[in-house]
Design a protein around this ligand. Structure first.
Ligand code: ADP
Ligand code: MG
Length: 641
């Protein structure tokens, strides 16, 4: 091409293109999802920019995405995706499409190169490859783009980026057609011979429906052609017009008339001819789901909306869709989602992470997903939310948002909803469990129970963190935590209280992080309590001990470390008097031994006593009531070292 500048791809891009081109056939559908998602991003950018600089809209008023398949004069089959978004300058074409701008792609590369090809296919599904996925289906790709005018670039010129699948270079040149686009970007895919299925409008409709119906709130139009049979004008007779209307007054007559009509139809088949009708069909005419009545939205729609919005290909575990009023006169609609997994970064520094997936919209216009540091309590930073406020000004800036009462109120409403959603599932699961234990009750589905088990598996530690951090919601979050016990079943603290023994005034626990709960169950400290039928919480996670030390008690029952001295079972009154007498007598009897042991080990232990807390073990070393536990000492030693 004349005047074209040639560029070498940045080395990472070359590597990536190779992987893409060689990757699995069965995953290539994703290219359309990626291109529509880019078109949507470009339109969102334009809309945001236009709020402060209406000049960018110059050139074309409408904001939409169009898809069109056609056969070119040169015989090639082409699919064209056009948007009227922000567009790209020639420099941007080079930088955005010729280099790896996004960190996600680098992450993808690292993973893809350490997996076999089967894995790569799944990775493409999971990451999304962006623009490069065009090469899954194309021999050559042309990207024509005309940037929206700005003060920096008041007279933009449309340029083309062109690259073929098997070259390691790309070209950028002025579009010989001039500024034909008005504004935006047009991506022309010259389809590979084995990808001609993407010429089929039915196939395109299916794909958009499946992967992109929630990817954009801008209209997506598909160019279709259908043949229509139309009556040939001049052959028209006036027989039809003169067909008598059936009379409702006379039944017999009516029948006769009907016969007459059908006879007439048979006699003269109307002459028709086929014509081709061009039509732009809108593929996404549904309202955005958060604006709809929750009763009309299916689970699948919620799931697909989640996937498209948050780019997470694993289904969410739960969601809540609600309308709210912030109290300061701002009404809004929101959907909150509980993802099926926490991002790796969450536990690396949970108190530093701030929520980054609260998408704030004003009257359906996306404004920001950065509500700042304090948008939510830290423990809840994993939540994914879309919220659409009715009564905020469209040009609300981040700064004004920060100082806006609305944000504070939104924060507390969302937090409350997260907890409410979790508590509901928790309570339903507990109810299910009770019903199951109740032999009389009908066997009902335990969907709630399964759901809760999944949530608990991912979020149990999050709830502990929440109970420690978020003192206002401590009781509600603490109620969601479960612990292992010596009795083999995981219990919540409320379960524990319900099953406590008569007279029991403490919640027993043994903490030793790093040890398995099986090992903890075998500990000498648990022995006697176990024999007497007490539950002991077995705490093996680092957060567990922080949790019990912060809460100190649950519903006024204090936590008691069973490895500390001063343990009261609570059922001592039930002990026969002889038991106490016996203890006294034993202490007398073994006084010489105790004295000798004390003397011999005076440097390492504080006291030696006869104990009733052991069953089969001959002796145990316990921590002083007010001293550090072995576990905390371990942590302190680790810090010193
Ligand atoms: P991502 O969308 O994750 O940034 P892509 O590979 O999909 O990665 O796109 C790379 C970049 O190219 C985008 O960030 C954007 O700057 C630019 N881009 C792609 N498609 C368009 C488009 N239709 N209009 C404007 N810019 C685009
Ligand atoms: Mg993209």
């Amino acid at each position: 091409q004349d005047g074209a500048k040639k560029f070498d791809y940045q080395s990472d891009v070359a590597r990536l293109r190779k992987i893409v081109i060689n990757s699995l056939y069965s995953h290539r559908d994703v290219f359309l999802r990626e291109l529509i998602s880019n078109a949507n991003d470009a339109l969102e950018k334009l809309r945001l920019t236009s709020l402060t600089d209406p000049e960018v809209l110059h050139g074309a008023e409408q904001m939409n995405i169009t898809l069109r398949a056609y056969k070119d004069e040169d015989g090639s089959s082409r699919l064209v995706i056009t948007d009227t978004g922000i567009g790209m300058s020639p420099e941007e074409l080079t930088a955005n499409l010729g280099t790896l701008a996004k960190s996600g792609t680098t992450e993808f590369l690292a993973k893809a190169e350490s997996t076999d090809t089967t894995g790569t296919g799944n990775l493409i599904g999971a990451f999304g490859l962006g623009f490069y996925s065009s090469f899954l289906v194309s021999d050559r790709v042309y990207v024509a783009s005309l940037a929206a005018p700005s003060s920096a670039n008041p007279n933009p010129i449309q340029h083309v980026f062109s690259s073929s699948a098997d070259e390691s270079t790309f070209e950028v040149y002025p579009d010989p057609r001039g500024n034909s686009l008005g504004r935006g970007t047009e991506i022309t895919l010259v389809l590979r011979d084995d990808a001609l299925e993407y010429m089929d409008t039915t196939k395109i409709m299916d794909l958009v429906n499946k992967h992109s119906s929630f990817a954009t709130s801008f209209p997506v139009y598909l160019f279709t052609q259908r043949t229509e049979e139309v009556p040939v004008e001049d052959e028209e007779s006036d027989a039809e017009e003169s067909t008598p209307l059936p009379s409702s007054e006379d039944d017999d007559e009516e029948e006769a008339v009907v016969e007459e009509v059908s006879e007439q139809d048979e006699e003269k088949t109307p002459k028709t001819q086929s014509i081709t009708v061009d039509e732009w069909v809108q593929l996404n005419s549904q309202l955005p789901i958060w604006t709809r009545d929750p009763k009309t939205v299916s689970d699948e729609e919620y799931e697909r909306f989640y996937e498209a919005t948050f780019k997470d290909h694993e289904k969410p575990l739960a969601w809540a869709h609600f309308t709210g009023d912030s109290g300061s006169g701002v009404s809004f609609r929101a959907i909150i989602y509980i993802p099926s997994h926490l991002e790796n970064s969450y536990w690396q520094n949970p108190m530093e992470t701030s929520a980054k997936d609260i998408r704030l919209m004003v009257k359906r216009v996306f404004i920001t997903n950065d509500l700042g540091e304090d948008a939510l309590p830290k423990w809840a930073s994993w939540i994914k939310v879309v919220v659409d406020a009715e009564d905020l000004p469209l040009n609300v800036s981040r700064e004004t948002l920060q100082s806006n009462k609305f944000l504070k109120q939104l924060k507390s409403i969302i937090t409350r909803r997260i907890i409410q959603t979790l508590s509901k599932l928790h309570d339903a699961a507990m109810k299910d469990k009770k019903d199951e234990d109740d032999v009389e009750s009908d066997v009902e589905s335990d969907v709630d129970g399964d759901k809760w088990a999944e949530i608990s598996k991912v979020y149990n530690n999050v709830f502990k963190l929440g109970a420690v951090e978020d003192t206002k919601n401590r009781d509600k979050l603490g109620a969601l935590v479960t612990f292992s016990t010596n009795q083999g079943k995981d219990v919540s603290l409320d379960d524990y209280l319900e099953n406590r023994k008569k007279g029991q005034k403490q919640i027993f626990y043994l903490a030793d992080m790093g040890k398995s709960t099986e090992d903890l169950a075998k500990s000498v400290f648990v022995e006697k309590l176990h024999a007497r039928g007490y539950q002991v919480l077995l705490l093996s996670e680092p957060l567990d001990e922080i949790f019990v030390q912060n809460l100190k008690n649950w519903k006024r029952l204090p936590f008691q470390d069973v490895a500390k001295a001063g343990l009261k079972f609570g059922d001592e009154e039930e002990d026969p008097v002889e038991e106490k007498e016996k203890q006294k007598a034993l202490t007398e009897q073994y006084k010489p031994l105790l004295d000798w042991l004390k003397k011999e080990s005076k440097d390492v232990v504080r006291d030696v006593v006869i104990s009733n807390r052991l069953v089969t073990s001959p002796c145990a070393i316990v921590a002083d009531t007010h001293g550090y536990t072995a576990n905390i000492e371990k942590m302190m030693n680790a810090q010193v070292a």
